[in-house]
Design a protein around this ligand. Sequence first.
Ligand SMILES: Cc1cc2nc3c(=O)[nH]c(=O)nc-3n(C[C@H](O)[C@H](O)[C@H](O)COP(=O)(O)OP(=O)(O)OC[C@H]3O[C@@H](n4cnc5c(N)ncnc54)[C@H](O)[C@@H]3O)c2cc1C
Length: 427
Amino acid sequence: MAESATAMGDDMVEQKKQTVAVVGAGVVGAAIAFELQSRGLQVTLIDKGEPGRGTSYGNMASIALDFAAGSGPTTWRKMPAWLLDPEGPVWLRPAYAVKILPWFLRFLAAGRPSRLREIEDAGMSLSRNALSDFRAMLSAIDAPELMTEEGCLAIYETEAEFAADRGHIDLMRRYGFDFDVVSGGDLRALEPALSPSIAKAVLLPDNKSIRDPYDLVVRLADCARAHGATFVSGAVRNIEKSGDGTAVVLLDNGERVSADSVILAAGVHTRVLAEKLGEPIPLETERGYHTQIMKPGVSMRYSVIWPHRAFMITPTAGGIRVGGNVELAGLDAAPDFRRARVLVRHARRAIPDLKVEETSEWMGHRPALPDTIPIISPSSKMQGVWYATGHGHLGLTYSATTAQLIADMVTGKRPTVDVKPFRIDRY
Ligand SMILES: Cc1cc2nc3c(=O)[nH]c(=O)nc-3n(C[C@H](O)[C@H](O)[C@H](O)COP(=O)(O)OP(=O)(O)OC[C@H]3O[C@@H](n4cnc5c(N)ncnc54)[C@H](O)[C@@H]3O)c2cc1C
């Protein structure tokens, strides 16, 4: 008798659980699903593929706290040369030029000095929490070893390159980031793999990296499931409201998932779903490439970013990864892996002993908004729907903090960061 009363009590508690459907199991969606399930909500995580196989699979693994995107006058000045240089960091496919023009003009406009400062402040409000939130997330999934404790080296071949990156140094000073300028023997002692031709570097001790970004997503999704979340495989095509006020997620395979709240975290594909809800967002793909070098023949302690060439070299669990680049070519064009090979050539200039044997190449779609800061926001059209998208170059970095903010908003708690700058209705 007592036993059945307890069982009934548990059932009643179960029934009261707030239900949430999270659309998209990339690093952003998986982090949100894990956080909400840990806070006692009943989560259904939905993805058209397997968790972690989207853009979150192949990023450069960097918790890049100091990286404020935004365009700005420096970008404006450099852009023509970048676009004309076939080995430069930005590549525009001519066939896509007209299509992307409106987005590109908004991107340039977001760099006007007054707006740029707002964007930097907003980005830095996330960066300030990113490392501690990330550590807490890794500890909660029992995977602290996924983060390396080494930092990142921003490298410069010449004094002119260093001078051209002065804006970055100013930004780090302004926002109080630790950094140290190193050169000569000190630099060689820190990272013996670097070529003597690298004149100078800035050591960013707090820019940690993740040994395997794909493994991170898999473990987040697995831990969410271990805490009681369910995973549904299928492509979401729309969200509707039912008569009782709950949201219904409609899948291509005819399945329907009802929930009190729905979080749209489908990376660049969130654009299509937002359009269907009547709130179009200017979400573009900034395509990027990597080459994973399984037998690099050299070991590295630090991740390395070369600002002048806008790419990274990261030691990962599966060898050395070389990647970065921005290609503006839309969602459907086939990858052009010449972009990845250019970066490997640049990498060998920085790390001369790098052997390029046993490699795999990859291309992914950064979900990019023209003002370069994400949307972390309730929908302005449908109550109970939330967005977590548009993280651009920093989706890994901001994933744990985004999960905190969304979970706070969904559970009615005051978020620890001012979320106004990330609202969807800024568009
Ligand atoms: C070359 C490169 C290097 C990068 N380096 C870094 C870095 O060092 N540090 C950093 O912080 N960031 C980096 N980024 C950016 C980062 O990878 C992205 O911002 C991040 O992965 C975006 O995560 P997401 O979860 O929003 O999207 P995704 O990982 O793309 O996940 C979206 C998921 O939604 C699913 N989905 C899409 N549509 C639907 C649908 N209709 N129904 C169901 N499921 C759907 C997809 O299958 C996918 O699994 C890099 C990106 C690139 C390309």
